[in-house]
Ligand binder design. Sequence first.
Ligand code: PLP
Length: 409
Amino acid sequence: MDYRVAFRTALENIRSEGRYRVFADLKRHRGAFPRATWTKADGSESDVVVWCSNDYLGQGQNPVVLDAMHRAIEEAGAGSGGTRNISGTTHYHVELERELADLHGKEAALLFTSGYVSNEATLSTLYKILPGLVVFSDALNHNSMISGIRAGKREQRHVFRHNDLAHLEELLAAADPAAPKLIAFESVYSMDGDIADLPAMVALARKYGAMTYLDEVHAVGMYGPRGAGVAERDGVMDQIDIVEGTLGKAFGVMGGYIAADAVIVDAIRSYADGFIFTTSLPPALAAGAAASIRWLKEHDEVRTAHQERAATLKAKMRAAGLPVMDSVSHIVPVLVGDPVHCKMISDILLEDHGIYVQPINFPTVPRGTERLRFTPSPAHTDAMMDALVAALETLWVRCNVARVGGMAA
Ligand code: PLP
């Protein structure tokens, strides 16, 4: 058998649907976020403005973070040298876990190599610790949560309609009252930019004796007076049993974590394969993340500026008649509704306008809701926004995408 035929066919299937992914080769300019150099396939270069980074606040360029990382490399070298169990627990890891526990008002925190790993490892491990566990999962939960939840048997997993508390309650009420239960959900949903009703969610959890597992990946650093997330903003941090976050988005570095009661963290530390059997984060990443968290705890004005930038971009786009989707967060999704158009608009923005925003297609979002997802940061200026909106207005006509009010069909 020629195995390559199967691989070629798999790729052709994706290409024929217009969702073959092409990576943009970018080099960010230190200290000049959100500017970057784009290296094209032919080796030539041009400058672009990045509009889709999840380094939401530009912390990956904050000198405080860079200094901490440089210092850690000078002091401790490059890698950590092993798993946490085998010489991979450095002072940097211990300090970062303390910083995270303090951020979320929890007794302890546990680091993983990414947010993805933290979700998958923790959720799958909960079935080992709580025999008969039944998990209730929001329909739009991230792939990493779904992957962890799938470790349970079919009868241990229920999916409730996105943010639909009535449906969740129906499922909770129908479950065995004696079974241990967990509600797994996110605060900010990153593709639509909507936010869960956390007070209502924790009230339901209390009513049915369920634990709560909250993914704050798209909220940590950005919401709440110290940047602990939406649970902090909404005053329910103490009612979330396990909070999960990333160090790779608003904190600007890399890695993931959970924070919870010490006994929960200790049990996950002791049972989770995705924690135990992998080399820990390099000390410099841990040092950079700790510096970033510490700095953001003290700089609420960055969060205010971030929200203002997002509101301004939404207003400018709406004024231009662009179909901005309803988003109550910092995320600005613009509906295209077709994968080929979406990719085409993204390509032309990059080639002709020096604007980088990648197309978001299936399976990241449902078919027919393909979109461009903009993430304005405090460093995106009015002039950048005006240039973006002007380019989109031209392209909306050129690519024949229907606009709000039917101005172009
Ligand atoms: N959870 C959510 C909701 C996400 O959107 C992502 C990544 O985009 C992750 C978890 C994974 O985080 P990380 O990028 O740190 O692996």
